[in-house]
Design a protein around this ligand. Sequence first.
Ligand SMILES: NC(=O)c1ccc[n+]([C@@H]2O[C@H](COP(=O)([O-])OP(=O)(O)OC[C@H]3O[C@@H](n4cnc5c(N)ncnc54)[C@H](O)[C@@H]3O)[C@@H](O)[C@H]2O)c1
Length: 403
Amino acid sequence: MQQEVVEAQGHLIDSHLMEQIFDTVVEHNGRFEVEQFSIGKTNAEPSYLRLKVETTESADMQQLLTHLLTLGCSPVDSGDAQMAPVERDKCAPEDFYSTTNHHTLIRRKGKWIEVQNQRMDAMIVVSGDTAVCRRLRDLRQGDQVVVGMRGIRVVPESKERDRLSFAFMNTDISSERQVETAVRQTAALIRQTRENGQKVIVVAGPVVIHTGGSRSLSLLIKCGWVQALLAGNALGVHDIEASLLGTSLGVRQSDGRQEEHGHRNHMRAINAIYHAGGIAKAVESGKLQSGVMYECVKSGVPFVLAGSLRDDGPLPDTITDMNQAQDAYAEQLKGAGLVLCLGSMLHSIATGNMAPSWVKIVCVDINPAVATKVSDRGTGQAVGVVTDVGLFLEHLARELGCK
Ligand SMILES: NC(=O)c1ccc[n+]([C@@H]2O[C@H](COP(=O)([O-])OP(=O)(O)OC[C@H]3O[C@@H](n4cnc5c(N)ncnc54)[C@H](O)[C@@H]3O)[C@@H](O)[C@H]2O)c1
């Protein structure tokens, strides 16, 4: 019989962690015995759980400990985190510890130290008294990487209490929820994020332009509610097409009708930006005078346009090296408190993968499956608003007093 004693601390009951911990033991053919449980008596006080777990197979126990760790339940008195050196660039030791997006601590020389640059699917590299998340491709020969599961503590986010966002952030994705309510709550989150000195990041797909959301998003940028824009080539192309030629994908923005020969408009837009020498230069020269990209340049809001296999052009500003594009996204996400994902499945999931679990994510999409997908890929904090993104942005800009 394999036996371990594990412990967890936090808002275990209202965050449903207790039931998840018990279920996980049973799912791995294990048995548990609660050795100690004390319930937090106030809003702020955490609960404490000490649990004896048993499995017959050693492999089950290893699996079980891995899963319990992600729920914030780690072996009692596990000793220091174990480490092994990287022998070749980009090659981790076989039993490397793969990170979650939750706050993580590792024990080194008897002291718990917090891991920096937290993100999922990374390795923990330790140097002196610092521990940092590093992606596989960034590992260098000689780096000391955390291996196994000992000496690691994961702290999942608990339900937010007594906060403006409480009701919204804990509601399931629902297409029945009124758009007005979702907009009001998102606006409150945006204000709260800015008051906390954190950044609001917008991740947007070209459908924002197709649905007429360009004006509202431009206003939000102009009014200072957006600190960075993360998108793909298409958003840039169609936004510029709309500004220069009044169409998006050849469809007239004024009356929704297909313009004659409009199919070439997005290529004309890309061509115009090449002539100008880039988006910023097109703004400086007066060629580009409105739209989302224009407002970013004018307001000094950084933008990243990531390339993809489907891109036309691409625009000279689009980053076509995917590693570089990921790095540029990650750079802008530093210091983010809220990410607003608007009608782009690809970029919403990508951004979710990079953000730590304490960064709030609101996913606006007409398809309820998108927010679910973002959550299922490990970004459990994402909440969905199922509606037309153009409509949502119009309400949001009004709610935040943008004119
Ligand atoms: N011309 C081009 O260069 C071009 C054109 C299209 C896409 N792309 C590229 O392809 C990649 C993927 O593009 P994507 O992000 O558009 O595709 P995506 O499929 O990842 O996401 C589109 C999302 O928009 C949602 N949606 C559709 N209508 C909506 C509405 N009215 N309101 C709210 N949500 C709505 C869909 O449900 C979907 O989730 C990007 O990198 C993009 O730049 C390039």
